[in-house]
Write a protein that binds this ligand. Structure first.
Ligand code: AKB
Length: 357
């Protein structure tokens, strides 16, 4: 099913059929946590239409920031060609994915959505580039799940890891994020390597390996880093929370506004300053106990218990304690806005309290 709202053209081009097409940024997985924050920021930037694509109908709040919203599968070729008949896509934010916990129940589906879906989007971008003779900029959110350490002792010994270390993920989600990174590199640098009529660099591929992300406005689902945001949202609603990882579990996190700022930062950077295609970024790396201590301080009466799920624990134990984001800082000026305390006091608490009051 396709729902298209009336577009507000920012720039137009002529299709081979003679029809005018509007230049647009395409956001897939638009209804997810990250799409929510990103679309509002892109809409505020202006300059081109925003076309959203999600498997489900979007909430009216997100739809109102988009020029058009398409409901359907990123692997549905018919849907994609209808979309391209109306819009010239100049940049893609490919957010659609099945996360690490959900993916372990249906790994082949996770592969289909995360790898085949990404391949479809890259192909679409390359075809758009070829049709219009200009590179399409492509954003791919990768994850700390791309890393994998075999044991907790190895995780502790590795400490803060750089982009090229410990890349042996233990989840299908992690494998598919790593595959997406490689596909992006291939489409940018080597796509149709032996074809006589190949286009040089059809895609300008940019990717960030995100840590766990905490939003004050949405509660995540299907991920393994979800214990952080779940604990805070439960306490704010006066609900007890059974944390599914040990108190000493540690991975990096950041707030959703920082994640959105980073996406815009890397996407607006001059290509010449980008020494890599995939960057680590990190803001703070608390233990689950650090989260619990702040939650118990801020919400007296909150109840946090430790109900460890050994299998989800193993996923967290395979992810790094922290990641080295020196390259992002040096190349495109990434800088975290928060440590854990200021994330609580300056962002999470005021908004979450207001939300559940
Ligand atoms: C997950 O837990 O699967 C995600 C991630 C860390 O990418 N939040």
């Amino acid at each position: 099913m396709t729902t298209a709202m009336s577009p507000t053209p920012s720039a137009t081009s002529r299709h081979t059929s003679g029809r005018q097409r509007t230049t647009a940024a395409l956001v897939t997985g638009a209804g997810g946590e990250m799409g929510h924050g990103l679309i509002q920021t892109l809409a505020a930037e202006g300059g081109r239409a925003i076309v959203a694509l999600d498997i489900r109908e979007l909430s009216s709040e997100i739809r109102s920031s988009c020029d058009a919203a398409f409901a359907g599968d990123i692997c549905d070729e018919g849907l994609l060609s209808r979309l391209l008949a109306q819009y010239e896509i100049s940049e893609i934010y490919h957010l659609a994915a099945l996360l690490s916990t959900r993916g372990e129940f249906v790994p082949e589906t996770a592969h289909q959505v995360n790898v085949v879906g990404t391949l479809n989007m890259l192909k679409l971008a390359a075809e758009e580039a070829r049709t219009h003779g200009r590179t399409v900029r492509f954003f791919f959110p990768s994850s700390i799940a791309a890393y994998g350490m075999a044991t907790l002792a190895q995780k502790r010994a590795a400490g803060r890891v750089a982009e090229n270390q410990c890349l042996e993920p233990i989840t299908m989600y992690g494998c598919s994020k790593l595959a997406g990174e490689h596909l992006g590199r291939y489409y940018e640098r080597h796509y149709r390597l032996l074809a006589k009529d190949r286009m040089e660099k059809p895609i300008d591929f940019r990717s960030i390996r995100f840590p766990g992300i905490i939003s004050a406005d949405t509660v995540p689902s299907g991920g393994t880093s979800d214990y952080g945001p779940e604990m805070i949202h439960a306490a704010a609603q006066g609900r007890p929370y059974g944390c599914f990882v040990r108190a000493d579990s540690r991975i990096p996190f950041m707030t959703m506004p920082e994640a959105v700022t980073a996406i815009v930062g890397v996407m607006r950077a001059e290509k010449s300053v980008l020494q890599r295609q995939v960057y680590n970024i990190s803001s703070f790396a608390p233990s689950a106990q650090d989260f619990a201590s702040l939650v118990l301080r801020e919400f007296p009466g909150a109840i946090v218990t430790w109900e460890v799920d050994e299998k989800r624990q193993a996923i967290i134990d395979s992810w790094p304690e922290d990641i080295d984001d020196a390259a992002a800082r040096a190349d495109w000026g990434w800088k975290p806005q928060h440590d854990l305390a200021s994330a609580f006091s300056g962002y999470l608490l005021p908004r979450i309290r207001a939300r559940y009051e």
